[in-house]
Write a new protein. Structure first.
Length: 245
């Protein structure tokens, strides 16, 4: 591919004290690409995606996001965070703000959008995630699935270049998992660049361009979903798939 990748990680190493959480991670994420990241608990999946918007600092290697070097100072970090949407397991909505206010906060504070523009954009994305009628409610008045869809809408209001999802359905009751996966599938089909940490292998099969398997801080295997699920090459991948499928 000739176009600059949205994310380029080169030989990234991350330590927490004596413990090495990421080992020699190199990864390009191209525009429009959908990557599913899977692996056992503690394998470094969250750490990897948190490094992409510098929620974690790296000890070695390079990370570029949208052509900007992350390791070159604070200014760049702020710029990058505006381009990277992040959705967490625990929604992380502001409890004292309404759904609409949650969605308007970053566009008005960071992008200096007018209130009217921010509200119009927020409503547009709340419609996209199919909950415009919840706009005036507070997060605690919504179901988990609705809160997660608000979190997705809130991230989209910043027009991110890439969306990072860290186990977005893991905290949900089973009956709410599909509404969030459906929202993410829609987003994928609209062409969003996405990196998704998930154990939802049905979603991976349907949506991913590439599936990446991590174990003990390393990328062990990368493949298209068909190959990944039908003929994984590495023993560690086979063992993992035996446990989650
Ligand atoms: P995963 O998301 O794959 O479950 P994580 O990226 O959360 O894994 O964690 C990878 C490893 O790094 C784990 O062993 C975890 O205990 C460790 N770790 C993560 N965050 C910290 C931290 N802030 N301080 C110390 N160790 C951490
Ligand atoms: Mg994690």
């Amino acid at each position: 591919m000739t176009a600059d990748p949205i994310v380029r990680m080169v030989n990234v190493e991350k330590w927490f004290g004596e413990f090495q959480a990421l080992r020699n991670i190199s990864l390009d994420v191209h525009k429009g690409e959908k990557i599913v990241l899977c692996g056992p608990s503690g394998s470094g999946k969250s750490t990897l995606i948190r490094c992409i918007n510098q929620l974690e600092k790296i000890e070695q290697g390079k990370i570029r996001v949208n052509g900007i070097e992350l390791t070159e100072g604070k200014q760049n970090v702020e710029t990058i965070r505006q381009e990277v949407g992040m959705v967490f397991q625990q929604f992380n909505l502001f409890p004292h703000l309404t759904v609409l206010e949650n969605c308007m906060l970053a566009p008005t504070k960071v992008r200096k959008a007018s209130k009217a523009d921010a509200a119009a954009t927020a409503m547009r994305f709340l419609e996209r995630v199919k909950i415009p009628e919840q706009a005036e409610k507070y997060p605690a008045q919504l179901s988990g699935g609705q809160q997660q869809r608000v979190a997705i809408a809130r991230a989209l209001c910043m027009s991110p270049k890439i969306m990072l999802f860290d186990e977005p359905t893991s905290a949900l009751d089973p009956e709410m998992v599909n509404e969030v996966l459906d929202t993410m599938t829609d987003l994928a089909q609209e062409g969003m660049t996405m990196v998704v940490v998930t154990h939802e292998m049905g979603f991976a099969r349907k949506v991913a361009d590439r599936v990446i398997f991590m174990d003990r801080g390393e990328i062990v295997e990368t493949a298209d979903p068909e190959t990944f699920f039908t003929s994984p090459q590495q023993e560690r991948t086979k063992t993992f798939l035996g446990q989650v499928m």
